[in-house]
Design a protein around this ligand. Structure first.
Ligand code: GAL
Length: 668
């Protein structure tokens, strides 16, 4: 069967992108609206970088031009995601106010001339930002075209940390709030080491440039404090918007696996979670990373919808060498987002800029205009979305949870670890990629949240873990869950203080062995791992040095100085089972491990094809996405209608290179 797209009139899913009309003439605005209608665009984000046009001089506001743009969009029934413009203060802000420039750890000042050049604790920035936000929503918040509010743009993206004196003061009060007293701070930070003991809070500094390693607990707390500071600014903007329009959803665009901000904490405050995703089309792992990104964003706040707020149609311009998406790849990656629950597909940006730092970043309307093949792909995608009516908010049921926390990420990659090349993303990929290959959909979970809905959880180096978080994981297993716990988990508490005794802290009951030490392996070297049946796989990077306890040893290290140490241990605990993995197993080893739990971890699917299911209103939508240049025959799990071709699908169907199918069947 060959799938031919058909067209239909209704567009129930957000489709559009960042629209920057301040870069264009009113004549082009009218042309834009015409092209947006052609492409089926129903939502554009306007105003992201408009501050200098909205307030050209301090206190002189001009909302007329933006109102005209909103009028044009509204007349064409194109919704507006109205953005606050605070991510890029105009030159006059910095020229007039000394406190606005952020400082790096050496005390060097950032200048204007780019974007994100402000200290989030600068009183003048805060005052001016609040004023322009209040004026904007006061003037245009009730415009009929506005469907959504977009706060700022990618909070903290370029300058996540500022080390100025205000940050020093703010950090001190934050610490006083967290620890209550200086002795308690000294205890939590372990300041007996290297003569770091503080006599008063006033002596504490942000982690500015130091001769060698700063105190890891100080670094960790500064990250916590900085996160809270950014969130506070975001919530202030949200409050100002809400005062005028309590009825309209508010979002801010995240950046997926972005380290500086604890997005779990942020997502609680949003009506809609949104994210910007720019996988490298040249990376053979692009589809995997993109899937992981979407799974993560979807599960940050499990009770609100989410959308892709930005992606590129073709190519970015900020990598060293910017390989484009090949024809069809944009569509495949777009369907991947829908398959993983997105309620929309938005792009950066609508029209390619003529000048400025992003003029060679692709857009929905390229420099060459309507005749460009990229625009043709954009039009096709917009038309197809109309065929997915009913999908809008259909939930995605993830089977497996990834235990993840930002404080763990911050502490794990701090520079005094046994292996400084330990990376959160590396550990995630190691444990999650084999599950992706088995077509298992993942949720990201805070270690302390209710895990009972998952068939299994995986813990990739959950190094920082409080007693309470650990107890939750242990309880989940006791109640019948399955947990896969990697080496370097349960090592320190929330203050980065080691849980003493054999490693594992609150997770020790699940490890089934006693981890007495750890051995990062020489770079590039492998050790052999022998399984119960005598077969061998390999491992690299790391070996825990452990002795047997109450678990069943499934595999041991079989070569090198640590030969004999348990490498994989299965522990029956309560009604559940835990698997401890003390080495970085290779692909074959991970396959063996997950194969043992086929009921929980599924089976490997068709290579290169992603399969995901969404369910809503008595219907089941099976998404099949081909992420490669080879044709695939795929099996349809439930016979139904393939929505993009309107053909009955059963048995197998052919997915063309980069092809997509969405089969809707009756649920039940
Ligand atoms: C995003 C940003 C956009 C644009 C885009 C380019 O991070 O929000 O404004 O710069 O990247 O890829």
């Amino acid at each position: 069967m060959t799938l031919e797209p058909r067209s239909a009139p209704v567009v129930p899913i957000y489709y559009g992108g960042d629209y920057n009309p301040e870069q264009w003439s009113p004549e082009t605005w009218r042309e834009d609206v015409r092209l947006m209608r052609r492409a089926g665009v129903n939502l554009v984000t306007v105003g992201v970088f408009s501050w200098a046009q909205l307030e050209p001089r301090e206190g002189e506001f001009d909302f007329g031009w933006l109102r005209s743009v909103l009028d044009l969009l509204g007349e064409a029934d194109i919704g507006v995601d109205l953005s606050t413009p605070t991510a890029s203060p105009p030159p006059w802000v910095m020229a007039r106010y000394d406190d606005v420039a952020p400082l790096d750890e050496r005390g060097a000042r950032f200048s204007h001339g780019s974007r994100q050049h402000f200290c989030v604790l600068s009183p003048n920035y805060r005052r001016l930002a609040a004023r322009v936000v209040a004026r904007l929503v006061g003037e245009l918040g009730d415009h009929g075209a506005v469907r959504m509010f977009h706060l700022h743009n990618e909070y903290a993206c370029h300058v996540p940390y500022c080390y100025c004196d205000r940050h020093a003061e703010g950090f001190r009060s934050w610490l006083a709030g967290r620890y209550g007293s200086v002795p308690e701070l000294n205890r939590a930070w372990g300041t007996s080491f290297w003569s770091q003991r503080y006599a008063t809070f006033d002596e504490v500094l942000p982690p500015r440039m130091t001769p060698t390693h700063a105190n890891p607990a100080q670094l960790l707390d500064f990250k916590r404090f900085s996160n809270d500071t950014w969130l506070e600014e975001c919530l202030e903007e949200k409050r100002l918007v809400r005062e005028v329009r309590p009825d309209i959803p508010v979002t801010t665009n995240f950046m997926g696996l972005f380290k500086p901000l604890d997005y779990f904490a942020w997502a609680e405050h949003l009506d809609l979670v949104s994210t910007d995703n720019y996988p490298d089309p040249a990376d053979p792992q692009a589809a995997f990373w993109s899937a992981l990104h979407y799974d993560m964003v979807r599960s940050l706040n499990k009770s609100v919808p989410w959308v892709v707020m930005e992606q590129t149609t073709y190519r970015v311009n900020w990598r060293r060498h910017n390989v484009p998406k090949v024809p069809g790849q944009m569509r495949a990656l777009a369907y991947q987002a829908l398959a993983r629950g997105s309620s929309g597909l938005l792009f950066f940006q609508w029209r390619a800029s003529r000048s400025g730092a992003e003029k060679f970043h692709s857009a929905m309307v390229p420099h060459s205009g309507e005749r460009s093949p990229v625009f043709a792909e954009v039009v096709r995608l917009g038309a197809e979305l109309a065929l997915l009516e009913g999908l809008g908010a259909a939930p995605v049921a993830a089977e497996v949870g990834v235990l993840f926390s930002w404080p763990n990420w911050w502490a794990l990659e701090e520079g005094t670890q046994p292996a400084q090349d330990m990376s959160m993303q590396g550990q995630l990929a190691w444990m999650a990629r084999p599950l992706y290959d088995r077509q298992v959909t993942l949720d990201f979970c805070r270690p302390a949240e209710d895990l009972s809905r998952y068939r299994a959880v995986v813990a990739p180096s959950l190094y920082l873990l409080s007693e309470q978080e650990g107890a939750n994981v242990v309880d989940y297993v006791q109640q019948g869950g399955t947990a896969f716990i990697s080496f370097w988990s349960g090592i320190v508490d929330a203050n980065d203080e080691v849980h003493m005794g054999p490693y594992g802290g609150p997770l020790r009951p699940l490890l089934g062995c006693d981890v007495l030490d750890v051995a990062p392996l020489p770079p590039g070297e492998q050790v052999e791992v022998e399984w119960e049946d005598g077969t061998r796989t390999a491992a690299d990077f790391w070996a825990d040095v452990a002795v047997e306890r109450d678990g069943k040893v499934l595999a041991r290290v079989a070569s090198g100085p640590w030969a004999g140490t348990p490498a994989v241990v299965e522990t029956a605990y309560g009604a559940g089972t835990a698997y401890y993995v003390g080495v970085r197993l290779d692909t074959g080893g991970m396959r063996r491990l997950y194969d043992r739990c086929e009921a929980t971890c599924g089976r490997e699917g068709e290579p290169g094809v992603e399969r995901t299911v969404r369910r809503a209103g008595g219907a089941r939508y099976e998404f099949l996405v081909n992420h490669g240049a080879t044709e695939h025959q795929v099996t349809v799990t439930w016979p139904g209608t393939e929505l993009l071709s309107d053909v009955q699908a059963a048995g197998t169907l052919t997915l063309a290179p980069w092809g997509v199918a969405v089969v809707r069947s009756q649920d039940g």
